[in-house]
Design a protein around this ligand. Structure first.
Ligand SMILES: [Zn+2]
Length: 111
């Protein structure tokens, strides 16, 4: 599989981020959803992969304090609830986007 790379990461709304990938796809993610999808050992059972995080306990106004690229495979997000151990693999971010409609490329006329 070709390596995917986020060319741009933009906070497009107070509660959402848009990622433009190097293959042109744009995916949109709400912060809350991303926080809920954290794959770290605190948020998921390592054996079963089941979510152990209480999603209802995620603050509605959850925000990233810091986003950094890890190696060439993912993003580390430090959240406003001080949780920062999860790494969001690029593959996971793309996968999450597939369960929500993709954002069409730039609005306007296209031949
Ligand atoms: Zn976590």
């Amino acid at each position: 599989m070709a390596d995917l790379w986020p060319e741009r990461i933009d906070a497009v709304a107070p509660d959402a981020v848009e990622i433009r990938w190097d293959d042109g796809l744009i995916t949109r993610h709400t912060w809350r959803r991303l926080r809920a999808e954290c794959r770290c050992a605190f948020c998921r059972d390592e054996m079963t992969g089941q979510r152990t995080l209480d999603v209802d306990a995620i603050p509605a106004d959850i925000r990233p304090l810091e986003i950094s690229v890890v190696g060439n495979y993912g993003l580390r997000i430090l959240w406003s609830d001080r949780h920062g151990t999860g790494i969001y693999h690029f593959g996971l971010l793309r996968e999450l986007a597939e369960s929500t409609p993709p954002v069409p490329p730039d609005s306007g006329n296209r031949a």
